[in-house]
Design a protein around this ligand. Sequence first.
Ligand SMILES: Cc1cc2nc3c(=O)[nH]c(=O)nc-3n(C[C@H](O)[C@H](O)[C@H](O)COP(=O)(O)OP(=O)(O)OC[C@H]3O[C@@H](n4cnc5c(N)ncnc54)[C@H](O)[C@@H]3O)c2cc1C
Length: 438
Amino acid sequence: MRHIAIIGSGPAGYYTAEAAQKAFGDEVRVDVFDCLPVPFGLIRSGVAPDHQSIKGVSRRYEKVALSDNVRFVGNVTIGQDVSIAELQELYDAVVLATGAPKDHELGIPGDDLANVFGSAAFVGWYNGHPQFAALNPDLSGKTAVVIGMGNVALDVARILAKTRAEFAGSDIVAHALEALEASQIERIVILGRRGPHQIMMTPKELGELGELERASPHVAPADLPAQEEDAILEPGLRKSVSHLRAFAATPEHIRAEKPIALEFVFMSAPRALIGNDKVEAIEVEKTRLVHGRAEGTGETETLPADLVVSCIGYRTAPIPGVPFDERAGRFANDEGRILPGLYCVGWARRGPTGTIGTNRPDGYSVVELIQADTESGALGATRKQGRAGFDALAAERNLDIVTFRDWKKIEEAEERAAREGAPREKFVDIEAMIRARG
Ligand SMILES: Cc1cc2nc3c(=O)[nH]c(=O)nc-3n(C[C@H](O)[C@H](O)[C@H](O)COP(=O)(O)OP(=O)(O)OC[C@H]3O[C@@H](n4cnc5c(N)ncnc54)[C@H](O)[C@@H]3O)c2cc1C
């Protein structure tokens, strides 16, 4: 029997569990740990609440989670409640699938002012992550600045722009829906250091900005490169740029029909946030591209900013005893191997890139490594106790473990509490989740 501990129940964790089942069949027992009492990582707390079809992938993970040889061990923080060394004593292989939950810091003067948030915090707020549910952003100002030109920036800008009616069918949490309904924001600036040809926005998500009820995207025609230069772009990016061209071509009188402007500001690097206690403005430096990199030109400009959300990437949270690559912001690893018997997968291995599906081959390849290391004897010959050993340790420490069956009860309670047309109303604090399991 092989005993595998997977830390993290997001896509990378469950694809790894699925791969382990396929590779070892009845000869494996997998425990999937999560610090939250609820599974699925960013599927629940990252993917936008108005993109429910994407969240449907969790049904696939549920099939794995409900099999006899896989179990969910929720409400246990590895590195705090139980150490990595203790897990390594109990399991043949320990796989870190902990994602990248920390915001990459802006690192400019004023980034500690009130109403300046990283996207992990802001997205966590509207998605009801217990760590960020109480964020309480102030939406009473006129201008929001979203820093970054990737899909997370698009999510944040779109969520800020939508009406209550446009959230029908979504699982946006009640506190965010109410705050957004009372929002006074009229201008949402999407700020990027580089130009239209360097955006990291996918066409479908960018196109959605053109279909909003009360907001219209603004792109200055002069910011766009000559159209023939689009020919060298890869097809997805070319399609995204064609959306920017369509936004730029929208006549002013059509744009003026909508009260919220979603304004793209290219070639502008944030240099400082300005304000007394709370942010009021952002100073940007105009840039030029040198070998694809943005270099400051020395020319600065100040834009009003009553709310700032930086969407500039994420870092993995270090765990005591696990080698960490500070520069890359993830566990130090060689294609997924960290130390003998210790592996990483998903965002914790490769950083915050790719789609949900990118984590699938990752999960399968880490199981291939485990297979190879088992066969080569690299994992040692000692028989590990696996689940039974962990259960004894959990009892000794008085850990309040949440099982997958418990989660299904929490889920049912969330579904019962849903407002009309919504799939669920999420619990946003850990105690409420635990109470809901009965
Ligand atoms: C805002 C946002 C929107 C996105 N939208 C899309 C989209 O529309 N489509 C798409 O394809 N992709 C999207 N993605 C990307 C997708 O969410 C990621 O590719 C995927 O979630 C990464 O999977 P993961 O398992 O590595 O990490 P995660 O999903 O982050 O899972 C990590 C899990 O580990 C747990 N954990 C962390 N530390 C510990 C610990 N010490 N002990 C126990 N448990 C721990 C966490 O609670 C979490 O459940 C989005 C990402 C973000 C941030």
